[in-house]
Design a protein around this ligand. Structure first.
Ligand code: ARG
Length: 462
């Protein structure tokens, strides 16, 4: 095998079975542009170390440029005998510039430091793409929140009616976690940028006097690995990236679950746009929230990718082990999954129609104003433990009578407690309840309006 990266000490070529197992070109070929960029930077430091003549350097760059153009045009493909993207590109480069010049490029580097660097560069690019897509979803939530300021819905804990809240407040509660995910990607990026592994060699560094800082800078990193063993063996950057993608998936799945529930006949809180929902092949009336269901399902897959990767890394001895080749497919899958999911999900959210009358009707039901009664009593000077008991007594009386809190008569109220004067009725509306919760971050319209501004400003900062 003319293209193999090793062979000197082997009497025969690899068995076909080994080749089939070993091959990774079907998934790592997408690292080609990053591999070529690494090779350009490496050629530069070889020349700077006087290990390449200017002429050979120029010829190598020409060859690398041709490969890049062929890749961009879609006519650069790995061969059946190529093990991985690194080996394939070396073979193709040798074919382009000849074995003498081409054979000089591998000095002082290993696929171990190459792959660690390229994978970082690839993930950094996709972290930017994903951040933009997550911010689009944040914006869709923010726009819906702004449009529906004033709409009141049942706020829930344990999925039971708890206290009325503004729909906007609820929607923004989905936006903040997503914004933190974008923060996580940014923090991750700064950490990853600080350590370019190129120059670590197989594990121990190189004797050739190459400048890893120069390679790092050329590849857009801010520094190079402090420890060459760590540089080639560490994959916490992959695991952390996989965690953030899983977290995005989980955050999105929580919105998805609510959309699915809200779109049921029983809730009737939202209507899905025709272009962002699906029908049934047999039931003509059906309108299904497939985007939300796929989001919920894919969250499991994203969590699985993270978990599988962690299992691969557990107890792996230093430094590079071939097990590490298993780091790429799960995370490529997480990237591909989210990059397809997020635009569809954002479209669904942006086009949701909220049935605000239905929400408003249900908001005060289920005795969700009981806390308002208790807090009104506290403002009247009643100790909270007593107030809680009294408000609970109101709920019990309502259940006996089959009415809601605001339907209790003056006689009912005074029969429950001497503290319950008719003035308590002032707080027995969803509007009054919502307006009274004016603590920072609370559901009062003024506070939610402030929050909208705060979120908009936070988005601009990203
Ligand atoms: N394709 C390998 C990977 O993705 C890199 C090659 C390292 N192979 C080796 N025998 N040292 O991890």
């Amino acid at each position: 095998n003319e293209g193999a990266l090793w062979g000197g000490r082997f009497a025969g070529g690899p068995s076909p079975e080994l080749e089939a197992l070993s091959r990774s070109t079907h998934f790592d070929w997408r690292l080609t542009p990053y591999d070529l960029a690494g090779s350009r930077a490496h050629a530069d430091v070889l020349r700077d170390a006087e290990l390449l003549t200017e002429a050979d350097h120029a010829e190598l760059l020409r060859g690398l440029r041709v490969l890049g153009e062929r890749y961009a045009a879609g006519d650069l493909v790995p061969g059946p005998g190529d093990e991985d993207v690194h080996g394939a590109l070396e073979r193709l480069l040798l074919e382009e510039v000849g074995r003498d010049v081409g054979g000089r490029l591998r000095a002082g580097r290993s696929r171990n430091d190459q792959v660690a660097t390229l994978f970082k560069a690839f993930l950094r690019d996709h972290a930017r793409v994903l951040s933009g897509q997550v911010l689009d979803l944040v914006e869709a939530l923010r726009a819906q929140a702004e449009e529906h300021l004033g709409a009141i819905m049942p706020g829930r804990t344990h999925l039971q009616h708890a206290q009325p809240v503004l729909l906007s407040h609820h929607l923004l509660a989905h936006a903040w976690p997503l914004l933190r995910d974008v923060d996580r990607l940014r923090d991750w990026d700064a950490r990853v940028a600080a350590e370019s592994p190129y120059g670590s060699g197989a594990l121990a560094g190189t004797s050739l006097g190459l400048d890893p800082e120069a390679v790092a800078e050329q590849l857009g990193f801010t520094g190079s690995s402090a420890n060459s063993i760590d540089g080639t063996a560490a994959r916490d950057f992959v695991a952390e990236f996989a965690f953030v993608t899983a977290m995005v998936g989980v955050d999105v799945s929580r919105i998805a679950e609510e959309v699915i529930l809200w779109a049921t006949k029983e809730f009737g809180f939202v209507t899905l746009h025709d272009s962002w929902s699906t029908g049934s092949s047999i039931m003509p009336q059906k309108k299904n929230p497939d985007i939300a269901e796929l989001a919920r399902g894919k969250a499991g897959r994203l969590v699985g990718n993270l978990t599988g990767l962690m299992a691969t890394l557990k107890a792996l001895p230093l430094a590079y082990n071939r097990d590490l080749q298993e780091d790429k497919e799960p995370v490529f899958d997480s990237v591909d999954t989210l990059e397809v999911l997020l635009p569809a999900f954002t479209g669904m959210v942006a086009t949701l129609r909220f049935e605000t009358d239905r929400m408003a009707e249900l908001a005060p039901q289920g005795f969700s104003l009981a806390t308002d009664v208790a807090e009104w009593l506290v403002r009247e000077g009643v100790p909270f433990r007593v107030a809680h008991e009294v408000a609970g007594g109101c709920v019990r009386r309502c259940e006996e009578l089959g009415v809601e809190l605001h339907e209790l008569t003056d006689a009912d109220l005074s029969g429950i407690s001497e503290h319950l004067t008719p003035a308590v009725r002032d707080v027995l509306t969803a509007e009054g309840s919502v307006a009274s919760r004016d603590s920072r971050g609370g559901t009062a319209p003024d506070r939610v309006r402030e929050q909208l501004t705060e979120l908009a400003e936070a988005v601009v900062g990203h």
